[in-house]
Design a protein around this ligand. Structure first.
Ligand code: 1PR
Length: 545
């Protein structure tokens, strides 16, 4: 098989890119020293995390000049995400660090007053100059997976001579992909962009820079234009060992995963890898695994979820999140393993994000006890510093607590349209740890504000009262969290039919919505949910084109 060289300076989830490259028929070789660039025939430079960290690492390891020489030689070069950002002159993220200066312009932080930041999800990369032609397989109506806070605005001058495919996020238009000569770079992740992304990767590797779009298709695509960010539909798999010792997908009712009959066995709804693959084929925009077993007797490097991720990432080309057990632990041989090291193992196995539950609550309690001060040691801070905010999700497991008046508690209350058992008109949402088993003296608004300050990039907002009820999402909870923070929120718990997804997107400003039981039990498919959203006029990604 022909070869492609990868320059991996800042790790992250490189496995998915390798899998995607192999899927389109190429072998991967690693650039291990700057001199390897001299003989490379095609180079891909992926990147995650911070602009400054990426460029500092490149310079420290002696890659900056050899990279420029490689690019000047005319051989094919592709940058992905921070690997694209590094090609610009600079970024607001680290104004003191210079970019490589291959492409003119500065990256700017998205305006979080008008929308959630980071920009996470599926958006366009539409070329203006090629309405009848495709640049490296890009199609204007296709959606690609983006995850970033900084972008190169198209309104900035200086891009004459470059072919640009742009995307619109709220009121801002930015460079989604860019090319000139042998250079091609994407802000989105082709390896995480389903079939559409694989097509782009293949076109780059085959050097099909410009290919025709059929006339009719071009017209339709032109009309669709820059549609913007889609509504994300996420499939979630709670995974644990059952009483026979097999790793199964399970699903609780208000977090109780045992059957009410048949001896109270752990509910077994299927095999994790097969189910993830089915949801990908069906159009899920992301897949989340929550490991709800602690695997205490297992050496960290053999954690069963690592193998599940490795196998899943071979055939699932959308973002994968893994949660459960991301905390400092003592390994079976007595060595201490930090939450950051566990996260690294997961990223290297194919995860794009890690989700932290119980540990986030403890970290938030300590944050408030210190007088709202960060101390730099929490898992959230360390992982987001190394891999970027977008890589850290905080999973929240709140429970409703009713009170008769706002004064009855110091917590953030809401006036509810669903009064409590004694007619209480107010409630607050108590944070829990250990899978809902232990309630803490912290409300959900306090928690999400603290973890946002620590660098979490997204909130996975469950609701114990709603979990497994099929009665729809807790809209009051979701909107109160959205009002409190600027980072994206994934609504979770209670989805029972496609209308519930329409309702949560129409009645709240949530960024994504997650379902579990209704998909696992085969009551509805992800495809049906997305088709229903589209019929109701909500923008979704078409996974088949
Ligand atoms: O505390 O960092 O080890 O993380 C543990 C993780 O495992 C947390 O994210 C926590 O939410 C999750 N978890 C722990 N115990 C359970 C359980 O069910 N017994 N699952 C559990 C939580 C909730 C959802 C579920 C939605 C949608 N699962 O993610 O998928 O409620 O369900 P539905 O659509 O069927 O209503 P740590």
């Amino acid at each position: 098989m022909p070869k492609v060289h990868l320059l991996d300076t800042v790790a992250g989830n490189i496995r998915s890119l390798v899998n995607a490259i192999e899927k389109v028929g190429y072998d991967v070789d690693w650039i291990r020293s700057p001199s390897d660039l001299a003989s490379a025939e095609r180079v891909i430079f992926p990147g995650v995390g911070h602009f400054g960290h990426c460029l500092t690492t490149i310079r420290k390891n002696g890659y900056a000049e050899p990279l420029k020489e490689y690019i000047a030689s005319g051989r094919p070069f592709m940058g992905i995400c921070v690997g694209m950002q590094a090609l610009f002159e600079g970024s607001e993220e680290n104004p003191s660090v210079e970019g490589l200066g291959i492409i003119p312009g500065q990256l700017k932080l998205f305006d979080s007053r008008t929308k959630a930041v980071p920009h996470i999800g599926w958006n366009n990369a539409a070329t203006r100059s090629h309405t009848d032609e495709s640049l490296y397989g890009l199609k204007p109506h296709n959606k690609y997976y983006y995850v970033h806070s900084y972008a190169r605005p198209t309104s900035q001058p200086g891009l004459e001579g470059w072919d640009i495919a742009s995307a619109r996020y709220g009121d801002e238009e930015f460079v989604g992909a860019i090319s000139k000569g042998n250079v091609f770079a994407t802000q989105f992740h082709p390896e995480k962009s389903g079939k559409a992304g694989l097509r782009v990767l293949e076109a780059f590797l085959k050097q099909e820079r410009i290919t025709p779009l059929s006339g009719v298709a071009a017209k339709i695509e032109e009309q669709k234009g820059l549609g913007g960010l889609t509504r994300r539909v996420i499939a979630c798999l709670d995974v644990r060992t059952n009483d026979q010792g097999d790793l199964v997908v399970t699903k609780g009712d208000q977090y109780d995963v045992r059957e009410k009959t048949s001896g109270g066995d752990v509910r077994n709804l299927g095999k994790p890898v097969e189910m993830a693959r089915k949801y990908f084929e069906d159009g899920a925009d992301e897949v989340t695994f929550l490991n709800i077993t602690s695997f205490r007797d297992c050496p960290v490097k053999d954690l069963p979820m690592l193998e599940i991720l490795r196998r899943t990432s071979e055939s699932v080309f959308v973002p994968l999140t893994i949660g459960g057990g991301i905390r400092d632990v003592v390994d079976t041989d007595g060595t201490k393993v930090s939450a950051g090291e566990i996260a690294t193992l997961y990223f290297k196995s194919g995860a794009d994000k890690v989700s932290i539950g119980s540990d986030a609550v403890t970290a938030a309690e300590e944050y408030y006890a210190r007088g709202n001060k960060l101390d730099g040691t929490t898992a959230i801070e360390q992982i987001s510093k190394a891999y970027g905010n977008q890589a850290v999700v905080v999973s929240v497991d709140p429970k409703r607590v009713y009170v008769s008046s706002r004064d009855a508690t110091t917590h953030n209350t809401i006036k509810t349209a669903f009064p409590g058992p004694n007619g209480e008109q107010y409630c607050w949402y108590q944070c829990t740890i250990r899978g809902g088993r232990e309630g803490r003296d912290m409300d959900v608004v306090q928690l999400v504000k603290a973890v946002e300050a620590m660098g979490a990039g997204e909130i996975l907002l469950n609701c114990i009262d709603k979990d497994g009820t099929n009665s729809g999402f807790d809209l009051e909870l979701i909107q109160s969290v959205k009002n409190a923070i600027a980072i994206p929120v994934i609504a979770s718990s209670g989805a029972g039919n496609p209308d519930h997804f329409v309702e949560v997107f129409e009645k709240t400003t949530t960024d994504a919505a997650l379902g579990a039981g209704m998909f696992h039990r085969g009551e509805y498919t992800v495809r049906q949910v997305k088709q229903h959203l589209a019929v109701k006029g909500l923008l979704v990604r078409d996974a088949d084109s």
